[in-house]
Design a protein. Sequence first.
Length: 161
Amino acid sequence: MKDSENTCRRFRRNKVEVALHFVWSTHEHLPLLTEELERPVYRCIQAEAKALGCEVLAIGGMPDHVHLIVAFHTTVSIAMLMKQVKGVSSALASDLLNHASFFGWDDGYAVFSMSAKHCEVAIAYVKRQKEHHGENKTWALWEETGIEFTPSHPPTGRGRQ
C-alpha cells in the first residue's frame, strides 16, 4: 500500500461541529403555545431532534414563537429537521387540546449558523426568552421567523419552507 493511501484511510471520518439557531412562530403569530402546552411541546421537539441525530443545546420561546439551538448532525437537512420537529409537535399539541382548539405553526422559519464563540451567548438568550421579552430587550435579528410575503410581493428565491 502506498503512503498516500495510508494517509487517506486515516481521515475517513467526518468531523463536523455546526450549531444552528432556529426560530419559528405559531400560526399568524397567535399566542397558541400556552403554559399548559409549552413543556410537552418542548419535550416533543427535543425528542424529535434527538431522533434525527441532533443534540438540543437550548429551547425556549414565547406563546407565539419558539427558539431551538442544536448541534446539527450531517445526516439530516435543515428542511427535514424543521418539517419533522414542527410536524410532530403540532400534532402533539392538537392531540393535547383534543382537537377542540386550533394549534399550528406558520410555514416559515429562520435559521442562523453560529461560531463556537457565539453559541454560549445564543444559548443564554434562548433560555431567558421570557425575561428578554418582559424587559423588551430582544435581539431583532434573532426574533425573525421567516420571510413575510403577500401575493402582491412574492418571495425572491429565498422561499418559505
